[in-house]
Design a protein around this ligand. Sequence first.
Ligand SMILES: CC(C)(COP(=O)(O)OP(=O)(O)OC[C@H]1O[C@@H](n2cnc3c(N)ncnc32)[C@H](O)[C@@H]1OP(=O)(O)O)[C@@H](O)C(=O)NCCC(=O)NCCSC(=O)C[C@@](O)(CC(=O)O)C(=O)O
Ligand SMILES: [Mg+2]
Length: 289
Amino acid sequence: MKTRRSMLFIPGSNAAMLSTSFVYGADAVMFDLEDAVSLREKDTARLLVHHALQHPLYQDIETVVRINPLNTPFGLADLEAVVRAGVDIVRLPKTDRKEDVHELEGHIARIEQECGREPGSTRIMAAIESALGVVNALEIATASPRMVAIALAAFDYVMDMGTCRGDGTELFYARCAVLHAARVAGIAAYDVVWSDINDEEGFLKEVSLAKGLGFNGKSLVNPRQIELLHRAYAPSRKEVNYAHEVIAAAEEAEACGLGVVSLNGKMIDGPIIDHARKVVALSASGIRD
Ligand SMILES: CC(C)(COP(=O)(O)OP(=O)(O)OC[C@H]1O[C@@H](n2cnc3c(N)ncnc32)[C@H](O)[C@@H]1OP(=O)(O)O)[C@@H](O)C(=O)NCCC(=O)NCCSC(=O)C[C@@](O)(CC(=O)O)C(=O)O
Ligand SMILES: [Mg+2]
């Protein structure tokens, strides 16, 4: 699975942001044609994003476009424009059921064929933003071989639930449901956006919760959140050193024909060794002090 921790939302109608968003170092840039774009700017935004996707500066960074839902007057036109422009991933907002994904993949397959794009090269990420979407998370996550990730979208979800954003308790079931669906499907899961860009402490608390639950990363709204997220997701020097000790102990145990050993009084066996290898692999993208 690709290491993708940060996905930065960029309003598709904002030409200035579109022309610089690649500099901030997000793992993926996510141009938005949906809720960050007003009704009268929909056509302009689509054109701007179509051009940005083809710009040489966006060829080496993963691109995601959040299109409008297909049951709006804009969704299909968005899809036509972005698939033809070579987007890597289409983010489908407000995904409620597997049929939403099937409709999307049908259109993508046709457009890829019409424009000569390699069949299957356009991937899908579904955003789950309602109670129905959460209940159907598994059928959504497994609806298409093009699906690379599912993302929870908190603001629409809490509206649907008749509540509002709070300390995270209101998202607990949805986060767990989305994560379990993603893990069963073998795809990535992304946590919600943190909208108060000046509240660094609140953001980091939420990142820690998301990381602890098992999310692969978060959707972000501001470049200042990228480095904070990457640092929080990087293993600490202490974790990396311990992982190396675990791997060394495991190799020694294997040479002696032992399946389980103890290291400083702690049991070391299969899943703990796998975790240590994961920590070492992660450290290639950075280590936190
Ligand atoms: C919040 C704010 C206005 C603050 O602006 P400010 O200007 O005060 O910020 P500053 O930090 O001062 O900016 C310093 C410099 O960075 C530049 N800069 C800022 N943000 C940048 C950026 N994103 N990309 C590139 N560049 C950027 C800026 O232009 C400036 O450049 P310069 O002038 O050259 O120095 C701005 O960030 C912003 O618009 N964010 C994106 C909002 C958005 O897309 N919302 C939709 C997605 S959520 C949703 O829909 C809910 C959801 O659907 C979610 C789900 O589905 O998950 C659900 O249901 O929950
Ligand atoms: Mg939303």
